[in-house]
Design a protein around this ligand. Structure first.
Ligand code: C5P
Length: 294
């Protein structure tokens, strides 16, 4: 039995995020295309004789039972009906509360690693159920790559993998609460029939088809309070991005470029303006599954 496991916990963006309606359970019915990208946190998980312990290099991350990786471990122990200990050390690089799924990704990574470390026999559906109870984005990180998310985002299926080598993530440095972003959505009149992510077009045209179809329904609601996000979008476009859009509930914006030099220049320019900026590429499902556990 391994006593320690090292796992990568990748960030995501949402190529599209369409909000259809508010549901009776308070969540919103949505359709989104998730995408893992090459920015990642690293988790080292060690089996211990004690309880569950969280250690993190980022002081903004809580290390108590409110931590999503802590909850993941606790839920897994409960589902398996066992009592074990683990120390979960997280080296954070993904900005916190930034629309990049960092906390959800850490939780999914903890689940995948702890199943191995504690040698738990659990089928995929049960694991997906635990992940969904932890958060709407968590099940996506069990599969990674390019995936369609429906329901509240927790029902995921792998689709044609999109590839983009030139993406720039830019974060203006403030956190956005996902719950508040959804609460601010004022226009919710879209019906399910209006859902029209043209998957076939994306599959045929790849990333060049994206500007034709991509949109994020949370953007206007979040932008109303944070005009700086619109400013980041404008700057990315003027620096040559073929598309710039907020990811998830923000505040991170991703720019899609088609040229390495322009991406590098844009990264340097955004950093010189004081923004957190990071060039990334897409991680498809195959690479995701081959590289998360080492
Ligand atoms: O599922 P998760 O815990 O990440 O969601 C955080 C909050 O975002 C929820 O409590 C809810 O207010 C909002 N949300 C929503 N509809 C979704 C996903 C999240 O209203 N599909």
């Amino acid at each position: 039995m391994p006593s320690s496991i090292h796992i990568r916990s990748y960030a995501k963006i949402n190529w599209t995020l369409e909000v259809l309606s508010r549901r009776e359970d308070g969540y919103h019915e949505l359709r989104t295309i998730y995408q893992t990208v090459s920015l990642y946190d690293e988790l080292r998980i060690t089996a211990t004789d004690g309880s569950i312990e969280i250690v993190c290099n980022d002081p903004r991350v809580p290390c108590d039972e409110t931590n999503l990786a802590f909850k993941a471990a606790a839920q897994l122990l409960q589902a398996a009906g066992i009592s074990k200990g683990a120390r979960i050390e997280t080296e954070k690089r993904i900005p916190v509360a930034a629309g990049l799924g960092g906390g959800s990704s850490n939780a999914a990574a903890a689940l995948l690693a702890l199943v191995k470390l504690w040698e738990i026999e659990i089928d995929e559906r049960e694991l997906a159920g635990i992940a969904a109870a932890l958060g709407s984005d968590v099940p996506f990180f069990l599969i990674g790559g390019t995936a369609l998310g429906v329901g509240r985002g927790e029902e995921v299926s792998s689709i044609e993998q999109l590839h983009c080598e030139q993406l720039l993530l830019v974060n203006p440095g403030f956190a956005v609460s996902t719950r508040e972003a959804y609460e601010k959505l004022s226009r919710l009149t879209r019906s399910e029939a209006a859902f029209n992510i043209p998957l076939a077009l994306l599959a045929a045209k790849g990333i060049s088809g994206l500007p034709l179809v991509a949109r994020n329904d949370l953007e206007d609601a979040v932008l109303a309070d944070h005009p700086e996000i619109a400013e980041v979008k404008r700057r990315l476009s003027s620096l040559g991005a073929i598309h710039a859009q907020m990811s998830g509930s923000g505040a991170t914006v991703f720019g899609v470029f088609d040229n390495t030099q322009m991406t590098e220049l844009a990264e340097a320019e955004m950093r010189s303006l004081g923004y957190w900026a990071q060039r990334v590429r897409t991680i498809d499902r195959q690479e995701y599954q081959a590289t998360i556990l080492r």
